[in-house]
Design a protein around this ligand. Structure first.
Ligand code: HEC
Length: 185
């Protein structure tokens, strides 16, 4: 009798072992087959070869802006020499080689400034947020997105931005060569 029980027990244990092996094999197959996450439009943006343009932080100022709502930031647009020249000459479309950068910071009150002004009125740039965004003009390379390459860097590292989402929103200002920002004299 006990031999029979042992026989069934061994059979049962063997089945469990086989089942475990099958689960492990199946899991590894799934891991290998499922492709890494990609944006819906399938585009990655190897703009600037994935490297943030050197020296961009020292580029001249085009303008500043304040966004409320969920962004709630304070931001600046900088441009390289080609961009600034085109802006000053009011030249549209922007020539190849134009690069425009968008930086953004938390919008924070400044107690120190308020004390100086004697009123609760001062807000300044806090820590950086929403990465640094770039638009670079290369009318042949980026022909499918209005001649502009779009890129975003978070903490200096390129992000896998869905270029089409940048482009489709910027398409609102197609008549200004897809650029929202006006030059602030
Ligand atoms: C929902 C619409 C929208 C989307 C999506 C969007 N932008 Fe913009 N972008 C704007 C608006 C509006 C401005 C001007 C306001 C601002 O930022 O001060 C702007 C400004 C910019 C500027 C400064 C030049 C300009 O056009 O004024 C750059 C550079 C930029 N965006 C890059 C990007 C990149 C890169 C992406 C994608 C990762 C992107 N944008 C996605 C709406 C959008």
């Amino acid at each position: 009798m006990s031999e029979k029980i042992n026989y069934y027990r061994r059979r049962y244990m063997r089945r469990i072992a086989l089942l475990l092996v099958a689960i492990v094999m199946l899991t590894s197959v799934v891991v290998c087959i499922v492709p890494p996450f990609r944006h819906a439009d399938g585009q990655t943006a190897p703009v600037f070869g994935g490297k943030i343009p050197p020296g961009y932080r020292d580029w001249p100022l085009i303008s500043v802006a304040r966004e409320k709502g969920s962004l709630n930031d304070i931001r600046a647009k900088l441009g390289n020499d080609v961009a600034l020249e085109a802006y000053r000459q009011e030249k549209l479309p922007f020539p190849d080689g134009t690069i425009i950068a968008r930086l953004a910071w938390n919008y924070v009150p400044s107690e120190e400034n308020d004390k100086a002004f004697g009123d609760f009125q001062s807000f300044v740039a806090g820590s950086p947020k929403e990465g640094v965004q770039f638009m670079v003009k290369d009318s042949r390379k980026y022909a499918s997105t209005g001649g502009w390459g779009f890129a975003q860097f978070n903490d200096g590292k390129p992000t896998n931005v869905a270029v089409n989402s940048c482009f489709s929103c910027h398409a609102i200002v197609k008549d200004r060569d897809f650029v929202f920002t006006h030059y602030a004299p």
